[in-house]
Design a protein around this ligand. Structure first.
Ligand code: ADP
Length: 474
């Protein structure tokens, strides 16, 4: 493993690797365990650990952006903004220990108005496989001050090429931030029955598309998840003691007897108190038409959130990084728990949501593994997120989880659903499902790879992209 501290050192590493044809595997923090962490696909690769390049290089309060290096974690960006008294919020994912750049390059998501992280990237500096450096967008003009304020420059917009790919090593990136709002409202809608998922999705999609709700990615949780998130301490074994997924009728009994809701959706509002109050009124009106829906909210003055926020979603919806989710998972599943994250996409309609919620249950039942799917609205799409759990100390369980995952990819494909991201172990398998035109897109990616990195030294095989001269080392 090498740990460069500057762009010049990254360039030198790439040149040496290129000369000796040694594959490199760059990563920023390597914390993204459900998707493979700092894992590598080929033997004999050198890890390029970018965590020492960890400076927030610039912050602009007026235009609300920051320029960061790859090792900057969400915790670091938050602390930097806090300590510098900038009235700016970052968007953060569930856990704060990952890097802003790694998460963005992987198409990661947060929950504030800036929660679509790839969309809020603005300008990049990238080291290519030949050791040269390129800056994208306005950064392609030397000294241009608009680098991190205007996404596109002149000519093709190439930034997306460096996300979910193996085409370069990103050494700087502009991140768009949210001016700290005066107020923040943490909201929840609970519905009673399984089938209420449909009107829940339909109603929220309407509110988002009309711009009543601006927060990115409302999350729809199950009774299990609500129990953990809200720290309710309910023991599910009162309703079900078997192994594998809890049957739907027992889950429904658990929801009914606890009042926890069969589905609970979390989202937020930001800004002027009057606008928040009015928006909430509209939300209540709309959900009054959904049988049994209950809307609740907690409103905080921006400066009080850190002390008054009670739950992990309240923190992440207000751009405060934490490790709470990992702590609660460890408490529930033990220190050696592991997970593979399965994230499949469908249009945001009630019919698709119901179909997705049921689609994978039989496979989990067959393999005897817990099934506990949640949904994110994106807003015209829904992402079904379900974690495949295992105990990493139990080899048989690990191998069962991996076998199940492989099957889930195929079952989702058969239902017309693709994964938006996956653990590296399955990149070839997932890419295989994107088969339109006899895998025309994968062939285009390979041609770009061959042009930029003919020896295939940068992260070979990531996202199913190999240079022509290489195949996977099984
Ligand atoms: P996190 O910071 O969330 O822990 P990683 O650093 O592991 O995430 O990044 C996730 C993936 O994104 C890595 O496995 C790697 O493939 C890619 N990646 C991360 N940082 C860079 C970078 N600076 N340049 C190119 N690819 C990167």
């Amino acid at each position: 493993m090498v740990m460069p501290t500057s762009v010049e050192e990254v360039q030198a590493v790439v040149r040496i690797a290129s000369r000796h044809r040694v594959p490199l595997w760059p990563f920023s923090q390597g914390r993204n365990n459900g998707y493979g962490g700092a894992g590598v696909l080929t033997r004999g690769a050198v890890l390029v650990n970018l965590s020492k390049m960890n400076r927030v290089l610039e912050v602009d309060e007026d235009c609300a952006w920051a320029l960061v290096e790859p090792g900057v974690r969400f915790f670091d960006l938050y602390d930097h903004l806090h300590e510098g008294d900038y009235r700016l919020w970052p968007s953060v994912p569930d856990l704060g220990w990952g890097s802003v750049i790694g998460n963005t390059l992987e198409h990661g998501l947060g929950y504030t108005v800036d929660g679509d992280h790839p969309a809020r990237q603005c300008g990049m500096e990238v080291v290519l496989a030949d050791g040269s450096v390129v800056r994208t967008g306005m950064g392609a003009m030397d000294g241009n001050p608009a680098w991190a304020t205007h996404k596109r420059g002149f000519g093709p917009s190439v930034d997306g090429l460096f996300m979910q790919s193996d085409f370069g090593i990103v050494t700087k990136m502009g991140v768009l931030l949210q001016p700290a709002p005066e107020y923040f409202a943490s909201c929840q809608v609970k519905v009673k029955n399984f089938a209420d998922l449909a009107p829940l999705v339909e109603t929220m999609r309407g509110l988002i598309l009309e711009r009543v709700v601006e927060a990115a990615h409302p999350v729809i949780a199950t009774p299990y998840q609500s129990n953990a998130i809200d720290g309710l301490g309910i023991d599910p074994s009162q309703w079900w003691q078997g192994s594998g997924p809890m049957p739907e009728e027992d889950l429904q009994r658990m929801a009914d007897n606890t009042g926890i809701g069969r589905w609970a959706m979390r989202f937020a509002f930001y800004g002027d108190r009057r606008v928040i109050d009015l928006s909430l009124e509209i939300v209540r009106e709309r959900f009054a038409m959904v049988h049994g829906a209950v809307v609740t909210s907690r409103i905080f003055a921006s400066d009080d959130i850190e002390h008054e926020a009670k739950t992990q979603p309240e923190l992440s919806m207000s751009g405060i990084p934490s490790m709470r989710q990992l702590e609660s998972l460890k408490a529930a599943r033990g220190e050696t728990f592991g997970h593979l994250d399965f994230s499949a996409v469908a249009p945001a309609t009630g019919a698709h949501a119901l179909r997705m919620a049921d689609l994978l249950r039989p496979a989990f039942e067959r393999w005897g593994i817990d099934y506990d799917p949640s949904f994110l609205l994106t807003p015209r799409g829904i992402i079904l997120v379900t974690l495949v759990w295992f105990d990493s100390a139990d080899e048989e369980e690990v191998s069962r989880a991996y076998d199940l995952f492989r099957e889930l990819v195929v079952e989702a494909r058969a239902a017309g659903c693709g994964l938006y991201r996956s653990h590296i172990e399955f990149h070839d398998h997932v890419a295989e499902q994107y088969d339109w035109g006899d895998h025309a897109l994968r062939r285009l990616n390979s041609r770009i790879k061959d042009a930029l990195d003919p020896a295939g030294i940068l992260a070979p095989g990531k996202y199913g992209i190999w240079s022509g001269s290489l195949a996977r080392d099984e």
